[in-house]
Design a protein around this ligand. Structure first.
Ligand SMILES: Nc1ncnc2c1ncn2[C@@H]1O[C@H](COP(=O)(O)OP(=O)(O)OP(=O)(O)O)[C@@H](O)[C@H]1O
Ligand SMILES: [Mg+2]
Length: 368
């Protein structure tokens, strides 16, 4: 199906649940354009939600229900987008059979090759571009298996919030649809191989696309929370205070401070504490970028032609000042924050021109 041939589904509320924040977007995606009516984010209390797992159902439900009320979101038809390392993803090359038989064939293959009880999983697939020289009788697919209880829990959650679940999506899937739409607009970067990195609170979600086609996705369990923990630990402050101070500093200032020792935005009077905090926070960035580099290396080593031309970052931690420059310098790949989404309309109406926090929620509005 062409990316533009989406059926008209009307307005939806789309919800991206994360360990630190719930992101809402309301809008209608149709014909390659997304008419956005609202975007809102609400803080998630610690230890209530992580990695696609609802740890405290009542707390998460309350946060969502309260936000729906607070922001006057009347739309009932809802989509939830999540990401989880519990999802099993595998590329497979299988016999091409009629569409209605694909799922049972793929389920059969999964039973043969993966040590999981398929009855405990919701299995889905999507077709991938064929490998060079692939037999015409075969089809390359990306199989995704999500635990039944994870799917049920999220559908129950939406219902408990008075919403009508229309679909559940994975972040990387919504992103893929969004990229297809963005690339159809000429002004958008047509770089061949792009890495899109969601820098969140507990995880980094790294996806690689070649000419707009999904290639590869990997989740690394690191995020802004690791930075907060350094501050909380050494400065003996709570999370909210740590986040407040984090937002006052920049990667560039931290690096300068490493040499000069001058950085007062958040630090204690104790010079040795200050030096430790600077060193540990910089180490957090070094390790994060190293992990991204490792994922890239895994991808580029699969073929001599594989190379990453451009990086886009988004998610809460992408807002950390100068983080784009830091990544660009360390990995030597042009890096840009994904703030504007060219196929989105209505930003002036909602009064928000930085969508970097809402990429997953906006992507999930696209249904086809
Ligand atoms: N201006 C900013 N500077 C630095 N960090 C920021 C800024 N704004 C938000 N953050 C950080 O971004 C993180 C939240 O981002 P986001 O909402 O994308 O995470 P999440 O989706 O809840 O987490 P995850 O997906 O990892 O479970 C927090 O660590 C927050 O402190
Ligand atoms: Mg997130």
């Amino acid at each position: 199906m062409g990316a533009n041939n989406s059926k008209r589904k009307g307005q939806l509320v789309s919800i991206d649940i994360g360990s630190r924040g719930v992101k809402f977007s309301v809008g209608e995606a149709y014909n390659g354009r997304i008419k956005l009516a609202a975007c809102h984010a609400e803080t998630m209390p610690a230890d209530a939600y992580e990695n696609g797992i609802i740890l405290k159902f009542d707390v998460v439900q309350q946060v969502i229900s309260d936000a729906l009320k607070k922001y006057h979101i009347k739309q009932k038809n809802a989509v939830v987008s999540i990401e989880s390392t519990e999802m099993i993803k595998r590329e497979m090359i299988v016999q091409r059979v009629p569409v209605e038989d694909m799922i049972s064939l793929i389920t059969y293959e999964v039973k043969q090759y993966l040590p999981i009880d398929t009855s405990n999983y919701v299995i889905q697939y999507k077709e991938l571009p064929p490998d060079e020289g692939q037999e015409a009788s075969k089809i390359k697919v990306l199989m995704g298996a999500l635990p039944n209880d994870m799917v049920e829990a999220h559908l129950n959650l939406l219902e408990a919030c008075g919403l009508k679940p229309i679909a559940m999506d994975m972040h990387s899937n919504g992103l893929e649809k969004l990229i297809k739409w963005m690339r159809q607009i000429e002004s958008y970067s047509q770089a061949k191989t792009c890495a899109y990195i969601d820098l969140g609170h507990k995880m980094m979600d790294i996806s690689i696309f070649e000419n707009g086609e999904y290639k590869f996705n990997r989740i690394v369990k690191m995020g802004g929370n690791d930075f907060d923990k350094v501050l909380m630990h050494h400065l003996e402050i709570d999370q909210a205070e740590a986040e407040k101070r984090k937002m006052k500093i920049s990667a560039g200032a931290l690096r300068k401070a490493m040499e000069s020792g001058k950085l007062d935005a958040f630090l204690s009077d104790d010079e040795s504490v200050k030096a430790t905090v600077i060193k540990d926070t910089l180490q957090y960035f070094d390790e994060s970028v190293d992990e991204i580099g490792k994922v890239f290396k895994y991808y580029t080593s699969r073929s001599s032609e594989n190379k990453i031309d451009q990086i886009f970052i988004y998610g809460g931690t992408s807002r950390f000042k100068d983080i784009d420059a830091l990544i660009q310098e360390k990995l030597e790949i042009p890096t840009e924050a994904l703030k504007t989404i060219n196929c989105v309309e209505g930003l002036s109406k909602i009064g928000n021109d930085d969508l970097s926090l809402y990429v997953n929620a906006v992507g999930a509005l696209i249904r086809y």
